[in-house]
Each structure stands twice: as C-alpha cells, then as structure tokens.
Design a protein. Sequence first.
Length: 278
Amino acid sequence: MTPTAEIQHPKSEIAPAFWLPIAALASRELVRFFRQRTRIIGALGQPILFWVLFGAGLQGSFQPPAWAPRSMTYQEYFFPGVAVMIVMFTAIFSTISIIEDRREGFLQGVLVAPISRLAVVLGKLCGGTVLAVLQAGLFLLLAPFLGLSLGLMTAVEVLLFLTLLSFALTALGFLIAWPLDSTQGFHAIMSVFLMPMWLLSGAFFPAGQSGWLSWVISANPLTYGVAGLRRLLYSSLEIPTAGLPSLAVCILVTCLFCIICVSVSVWEASRVTSRDTR
C-alpha cells in the first residue's frame, strides 16, 4: 500500500461517520412525529383555527398597512403569519424531545458514542426542519383560495426560504431546550419569550407607528422571516421597500439569525457538564 493510499483511507471513512448519525437522528425525529398523531393535529389544527377565527373576528376592524392594497382582507394579511406560526411551533416543539431523551437515557448514549457533537446538533435540527417545512407547505396549499397564485419558481423560493427559517427556529429551540431539565420550564419559556416573539414580528398586526413597539418589532429577527415570506407570497404586488423590508434584507437577517443560533447550539452541546451524565 502506498503512503498516499494510507493517508486517503481514513479520510474516506470520515464522511459516513459524520453523515450517518445525522441521518439516523433526523429519521428518528420523523418516525416519532408520525407515530404521535396528536402532534400532527396540534401543529396544524391550532394555527388553522387561529387563522379562521381571528380572520373572521378582526376582519371588520382591520386596516391594511400602507404597503398593502386597500382591498387586502385580514385573512390575507394573517396568512404568512400563520405559516410562520406553524414553522415555529413545529420547529420549537420538535426540540422538546431533547429533554425527554435526557430523562430516558437516550441522549447520554448518543453523547458517549464516537460521533461529533456537531453531528448530534445537525441531526436534531434537520429532523425538526423537515417536519416544519412539510407542515407549513401543506398549509400554503390554501394560498389559491385567497387569490394568491404561486408559480413553480415562486413556490420553490418559498420552500427554500421556509427551510432557512425553520432551520434557524429549530436551532433556537435546541439552544433553549438543551440546558433545561423539565418540559414545564420549556413551556414557560415558550409562553413568555417565544409567543411574544411571534406576536411582535408583524405576523398578527401591522407595526405601524407605535413608538417603542415599532423599535421592538424592527429588532425582532422573526420580523424579517415574516416579511420575507410576505414578499414571496405577494410577489405579484408591488410592495414598497419603505413599508416592508426588502427580500434581500430579510434573507440576510434570517441567515445571520440562523448562524448565531446554530453556533450557540453547537457550543452548548460541546460543553461537558454534569447534566450529561444524568
């Protein structure tokens, strides 16, 4: 055997050793999800109820924002926000299994396996991302009923943007769930942090000129996820940049948000603590 072959042989085993754990952990998330039908109903049912009930209740008092046509209904305005809600609920709650896996001992077995912590993180994130995009994509099939015609190219762009946003939100859920020991604590953070994050993203109501609230909405990274999805779904409308962030800005902010969340998740998973042995 030549020296070159000896050097290349270990490298040929690196790729399977890295990608196989990612595929195994991601497929495990999918299997667990589809075996729990209540999760499917909850992830899709609650946002659709929100969309129907709030759309009917707030239609009379809704005033379209400056960038929208005067004929826009509240259900049309709320539609991208509900899609982002589905992505957030699915992506965030898929990471709650981290707490359950630690309690049941599965996570400890994964951590002592000869695989990198990056592969562990990516496996969880990929599984949650696939679930989030799948369910949001099913909801977006209702777009034609609102008069939103999506061509093939636009549909692909929407799915790619949803994938980026889902990956970022799943990473956010990972870094929240990793240091926690109880699902009750996770739900508490969901109530006081994640739900307001969605509400203050322009998904539920236009930002308008609300003083300090407008600043909070502008600083919220999820605002740009909602705005980016709006621009893609409303691509047939000429939306001024002054009224809504441009698509380039939305993609840039969402990418930065994703990089930060993934980096913190990998850093957390790489730390060796006494919690990992419990």
